[in-house]
Design a protein around this ligand. Sequence first.
Ligand code: MEV
Length: 311
Amino acid sequence: EKIGHGQASGKIILMGEHSVVYGEPAIAIPFQETFISTKVEPDSTMILDCHYYSGALSEVPPQLKSVKEVINQALIELHQKNMTFKITITSTIPAERGMGSSAAVAVSIVRALFDYFEVPCSPETLLHLVNRAEKIAHGNPSGIDAAATSGNEPLFFIKNHPLESFPMNVSNAFLIVADTGIKGQTRAAVSDVAHLFEQNKKEISQHITELGRLTKLAKQAISKDDVHTLGNVMNQAHDQLKSLTVSNDQLDQLVITAREHGAIGAKLTGGGRGGCMIALAESKEQAVKIAAALKSAGAFATWIQSLGVKK
Ligand code: MEV
């Protein structure tokens, strides 16, 4: 019997979350430690089987509305509105931790359905379908999660611009990712920043512009293999994100712990208010020490990933 398969990896925003919604650039990298798989097989009715829910697609809880939408839209795109399937999703990406799990789920579903019908899925179609799902999941997304989880290269991303891949030209840099264990609140954080922006345009737009400037500095630092400057701008970005009210005590505490244990930079990543933080280290040994310290300080899980491509 025919089966369709699709996969997607998670993503990490290195720099530029939130300000990216206002047109400033951001840098995203694939998070290779985590991925999502979707399996599609014919069934007598539409069934969804995932970590959260197992049952009829028509009765999914509100959190899974975007999943339902992406399945329906992909089937319309494939001219297969009347076929019914069992769709099974398995994931090692922690959900709602700012790692792009909602976009990655959508990417893996679209890939699995196109695979089932043996129709090639162009990058444009994939992005279009995933962005529609993200609008439902996140309200006003910049599109960075969809872009980052549908490719497997680092991106220098600007909203509504053609995708620009970006070589991570650094030799000795390791990223530690730590999960606070608290669900991030991307949707709420993005809409709170929008309210702050309405109330106090002058101050908030200064923070946003500054985050954009820091992201451009990070890009320059990476192209010069200057990890110290990169760490420094990450630290400054965390302060700016705090001013936008998207950090919280747990994230701030982990950022401080990482710096105390030798990280050359540390900041929250993704939507904030929970979710994950990242720290930058110059050696694997240092990264291992920082990860252990973050665990002792209460991180729910940690991962280490080499940032660069150069050896
Ligand atoms: C979420 O991963 C990144 C945010 O900038 C929201 C977005 O860009 O859509 C917080």
